[in-house]
Design a protein. Structure first.
Length: 154
């Protein structure tokens, strides 16, 4: 006697009232659009604050670098009994080829660091012959306001 095996097919589910099977786990286009709108609203509220913190952090970083460079100039002064000329500039902290009694380098980097916006610091001889180090800010041009304002320590 031969046995015949009948393969049972799964019973078909009846569609739900929404036109989808209850087992589907996908999202509708409307649900995705609502989520995208909510995310864009959250981003539009948070982005200005984050950018504000970033610009404040760059200003603080520039001030700290200027203070460190000013301290390095004080060490230079102790060794050489003078501050670098404007022509020697900031590079006198790194290499003092023709400077008498130079015992540097006076900063740890191999070259003079750039300001947080990627511009070179400006070096001038200020009042009473003391060095003045200036960052021109985000715009890289002397003067300006807000993020483009010059940063110097008096």
């Amino acid at each position: 006697m031969k046995r015949s095996f009948q393969h049972r097919l799964p019973a078909r589910r009846k569609p739900s009232q929404h036109g989808r099977d209850r087992g589907d786990g996908g999202f509708t286009l409307l649900e995705l659009l609502v989520v995208l709108v909510i995310l864009s609203l959250v981003a539009s509220i948070a982005a200005p604050r984050v950018l504000g913190y970033l610009s404040e952090a760059r200003v603080r970083a520039a001030r700290l670098q200027i203070e460190a460079l000013t301290s390095a100039f004080d060490l230079f002064y102790l060794d050489t009994s003078r501050y670098p000329t404007e022509r020697e500039g900031l590079t006198a902290l790194v290499s003092g080829n023709a400077i008498k009694r130079w015992k540097g380098p006076y900063i740890q980097q191999a070259s003079v660091p750039l300001d947080p916006w990627g511009h070179e610091y400006q070096y001038r001889i200020g009042d009473k012959g003391r060095p003045q180090i200036i960052s021109f800010g985000a715009d890289g041009v002397e003067g300006g306001a807000d993020n483009g304002a010059d940063i110097a320590i008096q």
